[in-house]
Design a protein around this ligand. Structure first.
Ligand code: PEP
Ligand code: MN
Length: 242
């Protein structure tokens, strides 16, 4: 899965979608409702962003995944998106999880900033207990004391989840790293650790991005990433942990 942090315009989304599809992405990502640290920064285009995502699907054939931040917007996001993301800040928003459990859409459940794996799996249970068993987990780094990265990617989550749960687990190296230069090595490591997939932020003009430009790959870098992780998958993929 690849795409910008936020949907900024139709032109931006279609340009990036064209690039990532060519490199081998299977799904397009992009936020229309953004959970930003500061209320004074870009909050996303809302429904206009969802319409752009629908256009990307129509144009490229790629399914789209986008975040749903609250129960009020759930029906709207469910109408436009193929997969709904519950972000790290909402992992234990139990009313949102229950609503996701009533959805007919697959849910991408990101690990909470400071969540244990048990808490994360219990959050997934909240969704499944309502009848929606289509849940994919996403490790995106946890909060530690370090300053060399935005968060610390907990790759040990991959073998642990594979052992403890039947659910697929993907890795988001972009939000874990917070900086572009770490995204490629962390992606290679995630695939070597047997993650079921990756979610990567890509922008054609990251210096102009309205959010998370510093961690967004240039399309050429994403192309290299795809080639490298495919090679790693071919030697290590599909093996069960022992
Ligand atoms: C995102 O993927 O756009 C996002 C905000 O991620 P997270 O919830 O992991 O911070
Ligand atoms: Mn982002």
């Amino acid at each position: 899965m690849a795409g910008p942090c936020a949907i900024e315009s139709e032109d931006q989304a279609l340009t990036i979608a064209g690039h990532v599809k060519k490199s081998g992405a299977h799904m397009f990502r992009g936020g229309a409702f953004k959970p930003r640290t500061s209320p004074y920064t870009f909050q996303g285009l809302g429904e206009a962003g969802l319409k752009i995502l629908a256009k990307v699907r129509e144009t490229t054939g790629m399914p789209v995944v986008t975040e749903v931040m609250d129960t009020q917007a759930f029906d709207l996001v469910e109408h436009y998106a193929d997969m709904l993301q519950i972000g790290t800040r909402n992992m234990q928003n139990f009313s949102l999880l229950k609503r996701a459990g009533e959805s007919f859409r697959p849910i991408l459940l990101k690990r909470g900033l400071a969540a244990t794996i048990e808490e994360w799996l219990m959050a997934a249970e909240y969704i499944m207990a309502q009848g929606n068993h289509q849940v994919v987990l996403c490790e995106r780094g946890v909060r530690t004391f370090v300053h060399h990265s935005r968060n610390t990617l907990d790759l040990s989550a991959v073998p642990v989840v594979r052992k403890e749960s039947h659910l697929p687990i993907i890795v988001d190296p972009s939000h874990a790293a917070g900086r572009r230069d770490q995204v490629l090595p962390l992606s290679r490591a995630a695939v070597a650790a047997n993650a079921h997939g990756l979610m990567v932020e890509v922008h054609h003009q990251p210096e102009k991005a309205l959010s998370d430009g510093a961690q967004s790959l240039y399309p050429e870098q994403f192309d290299i990433l795809c080639r490298q992780v495919k090679a790693i998958f071919n030697v290590s993929g599909g093996q069960e942990p022992f």
